[in-house]
Design a protein around this ligand. Structure first.
Ligand code: ADP
Length: 250
């Protein structure tokens, strides 16, 4: 689904991403791991249109998407989430989900009775969809809670919910587990697995928690010093000498 060809992103003379080529297979949950400073976040930023590459190419289903801005990637079904919690804290969880879909009639409609009725119908449909999403994520009880009151893990579930309000095809998840308790981390892992199996989502996940990565991801791609060091199943990665050295060598 995604192919990265000899991608570079330099900061001055520093090569944060230094000639990365990799593939994210459609239908996979691909893990991206590596020591701090390996270039994982920079790679995500370039793929997701937040940073232009210094050189190299990214394709999605064969189409060149290099350097496209995030909103264009969004329309193609490529979403990046989790790194920054950008929920609207004073809106409820349901309202936060209803804010996501683009291309609603909104103010484009004249303020006629038909226009108002159509807006009301669209809102009702969105609210129903939001409730289905919350049900799927097992957080229906939080629908009327202000998003600002959620815990870190619940906010991450909300972020996952936002991807379900649109037709996401591939979702890039950043640091899913940071600061999230075990129970909630399991809920998040289950949601990711079910979205993958039942809805055909492809995922690429950066995460430090190896249990989480080993449970969810195949393959796992290991980066170090801006390059891809290894790729394989959790079992293969854990006995790879170069990987062990990269982690222990710091
Ligand atoms: P990771 O996500 O694997 O921890 P990053 O992609 O965040 O790695 O960072 C890779 C390297 O690039 C780090 O050494 C970091 O300091 C550097 N880097 C990241 N962003 C910038 C930037 N905007 N300016 C300069 N250096 C940066």
């Amino acid at each position: 689904m995604i192919e990265v060809h000899d991608l570079h992103r330099h900061f001055g003379g520093f090569r944060a991403v230094d000639g990365v080529s990799l593939k994210i297979r459609q239908g996979s949950i691909t893990g991206l791991i590596g020591p701090n400073g390996a270039g994982k976040t920079t790679l995500f930023n370039v793929i997701a249109g937040r940073l232009p590459p210094t050189s190299g190419r990214v394709t999605m289903a064969g189409e060149d998407i290099t350097g496209l801005p995030p909103h264009e990637l969004f329309h193609k079904g490529l979403l990046r989430t989790f790194q920054i919690a950008h929920e609207f804290p004073t809106l409820t969880v349901r309202e936060n989900l209803m804010m996501v879909p683009p291309g609603q009639s909104g103010e484009r409609l004249w303020n006629t009775w038909f226009g108002r009725r159509r807006i009301r119908e669209e809102e009702a449909a969105l609210a129903r969809k939001a409730d289905e999403v919350l049900e799927f994520l097992t957080i229906a009880h939080l629908a009327d809670e202000k998003a600002g009151n959620l815990s870190g893990g619940q906010k991450k579930l909300l972020e996952l919910g936002r991807t379900m309000m649109v037709e996401a095809r591939i979702v890039f998840l950043d640091e899913v587990g940071a600061g999230v308790n075990r129970t909630l981390l399991n809920t998040i892992a289950d949601a990711i697995l079910r979205l993958n199996r039942e809805r055909g989502y492809t995922f690429c996940v950066i995460e430090h928690d190896m249990d989480f990565i080993a449970r969810l991801c195949d393959p796992i791609i290991v980066m170090a010093e801006g390059k891809v060091l290894a790729e394989g199943s959790a079992a293969e990665i854990m006995k790879n000498e170069a990987v062990i050295e990269a982690y222990l060598g710091r």
